[in-house]
Design a protein around this ligand. Structure first.
Ligand code: GTP
Ligand code: MG
Length: 594
C-alpha cells in the first residue's frame, strides 16, 4: 500500500510564532542545496522528504533508509481567539499536531483551547517551545541542540529547566504527561517538548526529526492510501468569478476534474460535480493578484485543494465535515451517504434529559464542546448547529423547573435571535455566549459554583444557631406580654425567632426581637449585651433573672448544622450544639436523631 504524507497542523496562541516557524523551515528549505522545493497547497504547504532530510542533517541518519513517508503536509492556523473554527477544522484534518508555545509566556488561552481540540479529535501532538533565543543569557549557535545545551551557562540551563518544568505542570493539570524530547522514554505516553527558535532556526532539525520519527513508528497504518477519495472541508467561500468554492484537505485517494463529490449540509447530503481543481500559484508566477490559482487535472492525497463546482451546490456545506469522492471506483454510494449522515446525526443531540442546551456555529466546535461537557459530567439535552432560537430558550426553561443550574443555553460563536433574547429575559433563562470554547464552558462552571455557594450561604444565614445566654440581673424592663429584659450572649449566636429552652430542656418560648442601644438587630454575637423581647414567658415564673438559657435549633436546622454546614461552624458552636441536644433529650429523647 502506498503511504501518503501526514497532515501536520500547527496550533497555538496568537503570536507564539507558528507562522515564523514555518517560514523559517521554508527559508531553510530554499537555502538547502538539494531541497526538493516546497509546493503551496490551499491552506497548507508540502515539505518533501528530501527537504526535511536536508534540514535534519545527521539527525536523519538514525532512521536509516527506512523512511516511508513522502514528506509532510503542514497546515498553519491563526492563533487569534476569533479563528477557533479554523483551528477546529485544522484539528479535524490533522494526523498529528505541533502546538507552539512562547517560552516567555507558557500556556495561554488558545494553547488550552488547541489542546482541547486535539484531545477531542484524539490527535497526537508535540510541543515546540519557541523563542529559545530570547532566554536570558542564551548563546545561539549552529550546533545541534544537544551540543549547544552543553555549552550554555548553568544559569541558562536552570532557567530552561524552570520553563520546561512549568509547562509540565500545565500539561499535567490537563491530564497529560510531558517531557523534554531527549528525556522522553515512550512517545505514545509522553508529550515531547522541543525547544526551538524560529529566529535562529535552532531546534528545528530536532523538531522535524521527532515528528518524522513519531509518524514512522506509530502512524504508517493510518497513512496507507486507498482508492476511495475522502477528506475534510476546511472552508466554503465565494471567490470572484468562481462563485462558491470549497477548500478541501484530501486525506485519502484522489480527485479528478469531472468526479462527483458528496458533502454534508445541515439538512442533508449534497452531491456535486467538480468543475475545476485549483492550487495556489507560486508567488513569482502571479502577475495579477486576482489570478491566484492554477488549474490542475487531478490531485492525490494528502493535498489541500480548492474545488469549484456547478451552480450553488456548495453553499451551506458544513465546514469541518467530511466529504467523499464518487467516481467509477465507488460502488457503495448508499453506504458513503449513510456514513456522512451519521456523522452529523451523531453530533446533533435531542433528548428529554435534564441537561443544558448547546448551540454552535459549526460541526467542529459542536463536537469539541460536547466532548468538553461530557468530560465535565455536564448533561446535554439539546446540541445543534445554528442560532439560538426561542425554542431553545423554552427547552432550557423546561429544564430550569427541574434543575436551575442546568436550565441554561450555551451559545458558541452564533447569534442569539431577538425573540430568543426576549424569551430568555421573560423566563429568567441564562444564556452564555462566547467566542472562546474554553471560556464558554469555564464561565458556565464558574456561574454554577458561584450560584451554589450563594444559595448555600443564604440557607446557612437563615438557620437558627446554637446560643447560650444569661438573663442579666437588674435589667428586667417588663415582666410579660411581652417580657423585655437584658441578656448577655455567653456562647454562639443569638438570632431573632430562635426557640428558647432552659437547662432542663423545656420550652420557654422564642426570641421575638433583639435590640441594641434602642435599635432592632437580627443577631447578637458572643460577649454582646442586648435587650430581647419574648411573648410567651413571664419573668419570675418560667424564667428568672440570672437564668442561663439556650436556643433550640429546630430539628431540620440541627440536621443541616451537623451535616451539610458542619464545616462552617466553629468547634465551640459544635460543642454547644451537642450540649443543647443532650439537654433537650431530657424532654424529647429523639431530638436530633429523626
Ligand atoms: P498568529 O498567526 O497571529 O496566531 O501568530 P503566530 O503564532 O503565527 O506568530 P508569528 O509567527 O506571527 O510571530 C509573532 C511575533 O513573534 C513576530 O514578531 C515574530 O517575529 C516573533 N517571533 C516568532 N518566533 C520567534 C523566535 O523564535 N524568536 C524571537 N525572538 N521572535 C520570534
Ligand atoms: Mg500566524
Amino acid at each position: 500500500m502506498p503511504i501518503r504524507q501526514p497532515v501536520v497542523v500547527v496550533l497555538g496562541h496568537v503570536d507564539a510564532g507558528k507562522t515564523s516557524l514555518l517560514d523559517k523551515i521554508r527559508g531553510t528549505a530554499v537555502q538547502a542545496r538539494e531541497a526538493g522545493g516546497i509546493t503551496q497547497h490551499i491552506g497548507a504547504s508540502f515539505f518533501p522528504l528530501d527537504t526535511i532530510k536536508e534540514i535534519c542533517g545527521p539527525l536523519f541518519a538514525r532512521f536509516g533508509a527506512n523512511v516511508k513517508v513522502p514528506g509532510l503536509l503542514v497546515i498553519d492556523t491563526p492563533g487569534h481567539e476569533a479563528f477557533v473554527n479554523l483551528r477546529v477544522r485544522g484539528g479535524s484534518a490533522a494526523d498529528i499536531a505541533i502546538v507552539v508555545v512562547d517560552i516567555n509566556r507558557g500556556f495561554e488561552a488558545q494553547t488550552y483551547e488547541s489542546i482541547e481540540i486535539l484531545r477531542s479529535r484524539r490527535v497526537p501532538f508535540l510541543i515546540a517551545l519557541n523563542k529559545l533565543d530570547t532566554l536570558p543569557g542564551w548563546r545561539s549557535s549552529n550546533d545541534s541542540l544537544l551540543d549547544s545545551l552543553k555549552k550554555q551557562d548553568k544559569t541558562v540551563i536552570d532557567e530552561l529547566d524552570n520553563r520546561v518544568y512549568s509547562l509540565l505542570g500545565s500539561l499535567s493539570r490537563l491530564g497529560f504527561r510531558g517531557e523534554v524530547f531527549y528525556r522522553v522514554k515512550d512517545f505514545t505516553k509522553e508529550i515531547a517538548i522541543i525547544p526551538v527558535s524560529a529566529k535562529t532556526g535552532e531546534g528545528i532539525p530536532e523538531l522535524l526529526a521527532v515528528l518524522i520519527g513519531l509518524v514512522q513508528q506509530y502512524m504508517l497504518k493510518r497513512l496507507e492510501v486507498s482508492d476511495q477519495g475522502r477528506g475534510i472541508v476546511l472552508e466554503v467561500k465565494e471567490e470572484p468569478g468562481l462563485g462558491f468554492t470549497a477548500n478541501l484537505i484530501l486525506l485519502d485517494g484522489s480527485i479528478k476534474e469531472g468526479d462527483d463529490i458528496m458533502l454534508v449540509k445541515r439538512n442533508g447530503i449534497v452531491v456535486t460535480k467538480v468543475k475545476a481543481l485549483l492550487l495556489p500559484k507560486p508567488l513569482d508566477e502571479m502577475r495579477d493578484p486576482r489570478d491566484k490559482f492554477i488549474r490542475v487535472r487531478e490531485v492525490h492525497a494528502a493535498a489541500g485543494v480548492k474545488v469549484a463546482s456547478h451552480s450553488q451546490d456548495l453553499e451551506g456545506v458544513l465546514a469541518g465535515s467530511q466529504f467523499y469522492v464518487i467516481n467509477n471506483g465507488s460502488s457503495n454510494i448508499e453506504q458513503l451517504k449513510n456514513q456522512l449522515q451519521s456523522e452529523v446525526s451523531s453530533l446533533v443531540i435531542s433528548t428529554d434529559k435534564i441537561g443544558v442546551v448547546l448551540k454552535c456555529d459549526t460541526l467542529g466546535s459542536l463536537e469539541a464542546i460536547i466532548d468538553m461537557l461530557r468530560r465535565a459530567d455536564i448533561p446535554i439535552r439539546l446540541a445543534d448547529i445554528g442560532n439560538v432560537t426561542k425554542r431553545d430558550v423554552i427547552e432550557a426553561s423546561t429544564v430550569k423547573e427541574k434543575d436551575k443550574y442546568l436550565g441554561v443555553v450555551l451559545a458558541f460563536n452564533t447569534k442569539v435571535l431577538q425573540d430568543a433574547n426576549e424569551e430568555a429575559e421573560a423566563r429568567g433563562v441564562k444564556i452564555f455566549h462566547d467566542k472562546v470554547i474554553y471560556s464558554l464552558v469555564e464561565s458556565y462552571k464558574q456561574w454554577v459554583s458561584y450560584e451554589k455557594e450563594r444559595e448555600e450561604s443564604s440557607i446557612f444565614a437563615s438557620l437558627i444557631r446554637p446560643c447560650k445566654f444569661v438573663i442579666l440581673k437588674g435589667f428586667v424592663f417588663r415582666k410579660s406580654n411581652p417580657a423585655i429584659f437584658g441578656v448577655e450572649v455567653l456562647e454562639g449566636i443569638l438570632r431573632q425567632k430562635s426557640p428558647v429552652i432552659n437547662t432542663e430542656g423545656m420550652d420557654v418560648g422564642s426570641i421575638h426581637q433583639i435590640q441594641d442601644k434602642g435599635k432592632s438587630i437580627d443577631e447578637a454575637r458572643k460577649g454582646m449585651q442586648v435587650a430581647v423581647s419574648m411573648n410567651e414567658p413571664t419573668v419570675g415564673r418560667q424564667i428568672k433573672e440570672g437564668d442561663v438559657l439556650y436556643t433550640l435549633p429546630p430539628v431540620q436546622h440541627y440536621k443541616m448544622l451537623t451535616e451539610r454546614f458542619k464545616h462552617r461552624l466553629s468547634q465551640e458552636e459544635l460543642t454547644l450544639l451537642n450540649e443543647i441536644a443532650k439537654m433537650r433529650r431530657k424532654v424529647d429523647p429523639l431530638y436530633g436523631y429523626l
